[in-house]
Design a protein around this ligand. Sequence first.
Ligand code: KG4
Ligand code: ZN
Length: 338
Amino acid sequence: MSDSIILGIESSCDDTSAAIIKGNSILSNIAANQAIHKEYGGVVPELASRAHQQNIIPVVEKSLTKANIQQNAIAAIGFTRGPGLLGSLLVGTSFAKSLAMSLDVPLIEVNHLQAHILAHFIEDANPMPPKFPFLCLTVSGGHTMIVLVKDYFDMEIIGKTIDDAAGEAFDKIGKIFDLDYPAGPIIDRLAKEGNPDAFKFNKPKLDNYDYSFSGIKTSVLYFTQKEVKKDPDFIKNNINDLCASVQKSIIEILMNKLEKATNDLNIKEVAIAGGVSANSALRKAMQDNQEKFGWNIYIPKFEYTTDNAAMIAMVAQLKFERGEFTDLRTTATAKYDL
Ligand code: KG4
Ligand code: ZN
């Protein structure tokens, strides 16, 4: 791998992030998280774009300082072109284009979903990178899919959610429980003190490798509404058991399809990626299957799971080596297939 120094920029949702990579080693990975959305119980696109505008220059400057490099050492600039919120993407895209022009270096567009998967190739993401072909369960706030990764840039989605993403299910159910946004990490924490078998919720019955999470959300909503009528403090008094039970159901849904795919395709290289891969029950389920089915599992380091620019810089480095540069007339795109 070339040991060029590349700046990566990520602004697809509510994290403004910049990272410096040298070869596949991360020299800095800085993120400014936007606390403002907590007040609204979800990401408000207009506010996200404005916060990106405020954060982008300080975040990029910090990434350079932390990596201890000068602007003129940058060989190329990688940025998230999509998918994501258009207003948010526009901030990172415009900034990357302007900086590439002023430094006179190549611009490299990155698909955010590919980046979540290729984050596995960052030097310190795993003790060893996955071997092709591998299956990658990609689970975030916006996406849930099983991807067959045949090569760095040869990926096939073999199953995906037909409605909500897994992270979205965690967040929406958290809202029912009156938890802050994003609720995924809070449910994970509260579940540690709860009984995962306390409550049972509906599971989807889909053939193939597709997912559905709207059913479990509705099932939790109706169940809690019914219980709250009898006891107004039901949620508060049972929050740990509720979180543990919800988490168990979501992780079982995710793992059942992943197990089916590994069996059908006879693949034992299995990775997870995206924000929900930070979930402790999912990590535990992967470890259990390593022993049970002889999987070689790949769980990236925590800071490379949620949205981050390190993964963007990693993909940019791979494209830089391949001479895949982007025209300065490029535009951001809200929808962007793998
Ligand atoms: O990948 P990501 O940072 O952003 C998107 O591209 O969507 O994922 C964010 C999602 C949120 O829905 C958040 O609740 C979820 O990941 N998440 C978790 C955990 N940490 C983050 N869900 C469950 N358990 C966690 N520990
Ligand atoms: Zn993401």
